[in-house]
Design a protein around this ligand. Structure first.
Ligand code: FES
Length: 507
């Protein structure tokens, strides 16, 4: 089985854009080449703005290429929960705003002729056992979905290839291939704005509206930070928790590949199931096993549990792909879209939970209107400067106690190995040497990779993720490879590289 997202493995062409090689001045500088960044660039350039997108890797290879490819108007937090945390009007407006964004994705695909396997499909909640929790959940979601104007029906006819007692079907949602969409979009609209790949932004100066790479400076009137969670230190990071989820995809020996989006209804662990056809070859995939980033001892078990989930329900032939993705959940249940707390000229878009493909497009619509001085009816609802102590209280306290616990791990004596020799092949451990916490990974060739275990964002201690071979920070979700280089998250700089000799000679 390959460790790569199914989208990365099946999106045939990668278009290459050059890195930035000189200083430039633009109207709008966008950090991040995922769906939020590229849709913002498209809308603003069509309105006459000079726009440039800066992507540290290649377009779509951040979060978008590791998403589910599901497009829906409801939310991961559930509509009934949004209604009880906020009110009926907010719940309805969440659905209306997301439905508009979903329509806009479809219009963009049609307008530019982007081949990305887009199809309107029904969304289903499914309960394998109709216990009290499932009955209450399905009834509540049915009522709220109807209040929001969605075409929702309670049914026991859920087209999965394993037994389901009851479900809720919501019509006219959609699916696509997220990486084909992003690459196709970049290719079709690259004459409208500039895209620079392999261009890592190392500093964002909000006061002077300036971005810096290692060798160049970008001056702009406005900055949009479209990096899933904003790069740098932002107040909003205290109102969100970072989570990882995993996916596995395989083929069937027999049985149908279910068409649509399927979310399990369960009081405990929840899974989502979908299928995908790649040029005549079908795959079934399951996503789940969510946990707080950087707070898992053995994520390999999670992947095995996902395989088992499908194996006991379907006639699996082989598993071909496995991957992990990250999301950030806001404490009050709504995404944060709008200006940063520091200045009016920097925009952020984050806290999308697992609903980022539609929220990313919605963020592009809202931010475009605000930059152009137009009133957007959803700006206030998602305003990134909102403070909602009552609606956030329980989640906020939970996330922040959790964060404090992660800081406390910095106290001496919390290392999980004493010597380098205790670190086996293909294993990562924290070792404390003369008061310094080190992240030590011994690769398959017996080579040690040693980095400082202190996260460069706000100094939490990172943990080893043995499934994805990364050092993950439990506080705000920064992730680093075994050489300490930043993979994702708010940290700008990598973990400090250390050597065995240097550490042993340390006084
Ligand atoms: Fe904030 Fe590590 S991501 S301290």
């Amino acid at each position: 089985m390959k460790t790569t997202s199914i989208w990365k493995a099946t999106a045939d062409k990668q278009i290459n854009f050059p890195p930035l090689q000189k200083d430039i001045t633009v109207d709008v500088a966008i950090v991040g080449g995922g769906i939020t960044g590229l849709m913002s660039a498209l809308f603003l350039s069509e309105a006459g703005k000079k726009v440039a997108v800066f992507e540290a890797l290649n377009v779509g290879l951040g979060t978008t290429g590791y998403s589910t490819g599901n497009l829906y108007s409801i939310v991961d937090e559930h509509l009934s929960k949004i209604k009880s945390k906020w009110d009926k009007e907010v719940m309805i407006n969440v659905v209306k705003s997301r439905s508009r964004a979903l329509d806009l994705i479809e219009q963009t695909i049609n307008k530019f002729g982007i081949e990305c396997d887009f199809a309107r499909q029904p969304f289903h909640y499914f309960a394998e056992k109709l216990d009290d929790y499932a009955v209450e959940f399905l009834n509540e979601e049915h009522t709220t979905a109807q209040e929001a104007g969605l075409n929702a029906t309670l049914t026991s006819d859920i087209p999965l290839n394993f037994p389901v007692e009851r479900g809720l079907r919501i019509e006219n949602q959609a699916q696509f291939h997220p990486l084909k969409f992003i690459r196709g979009l970049a290719e079709k609209v690259s004459d409208k704005f500039m895209i620079f790949e392999n261009t890592k932004i190392e500093e964002i100066d909000e006061d002077n509206i300036t971005l810096k790479t290692a060798s160049n400076t970008i001056k702009a009137d406005k900055i949009i930070i479209a990096t899933h969670t904003p790069k740098g230190i932002f107040a909003v990071q205290s109102f969100m928790g970072p989570y990882r989820e995993y996916g596995v995809a395989g083929t069937l020996k027999s049985g149908n590949y279910p068409q649509g989006i399927f979310w399990q209804v369960s009081e405990g662990k929840k899974h989502s199931v979908r299928s995908f056809n790649d040029n005549g070859k079908n795959y079934i995939m399951v996503i789940g096993e969510k946990h707080k980033t950087g707070q898992e001892d053995d994520s390999t078990n999670r992947e095995q549990r996902l395989e088992k989930y499908l194996k006991v329900r379907c006639d699996i032939d082989t598993f071909e792909y496995r991957w992990g993705g990250q999301h950030y959940r806001s404490a009050d249940g709504l995404a944060f879209i709008g200006q940063s707390f520091m200045t009016d000229d920097t925009y952020i878009a984050t806290g999308f939970a697992t609903d980022g493909l539609v929220y990313g497009t919605l963020a592009a619509m809202i931010i475009k209107d605000h930059i152009l001085g137009k009133r957007n009816e959803y700006f206030e609802m998602y305003n990134s400067r909102r403070i909602t102590p009552l609606k956030s209280a329980a989640s906020f306290i939970k996330e922040n106690i959790n964060e404090v616990i992660q800081y406390l791990k910095d106290y001496p004596g919390n290392a999980d190995a004493d010597e380098f020799s205790e670190v086996k092949k293909d294993e990562g451990k924290i070792i404390e040497i003369k008061g310094e916490k080190c992240g030590v990974y011994r690769d398959e060739d017996d080579k040690l990779h040693i980095v400082s275990a202190v996260c460069t964002h706000m100094k939490c201690i990172v943990n080893w993720n043995n499934l994805e071979k990364s050092w993950d920070c439990p506080c705000h979700g920064s992730r680093f490879n075994c050489k300490g280089e930043v993979i994702e998250g708010p940290a700008f700089s990598g973990l400090t590289l250390l050597t065995e000799t240097k550490l042993k000679n340390k006084k």
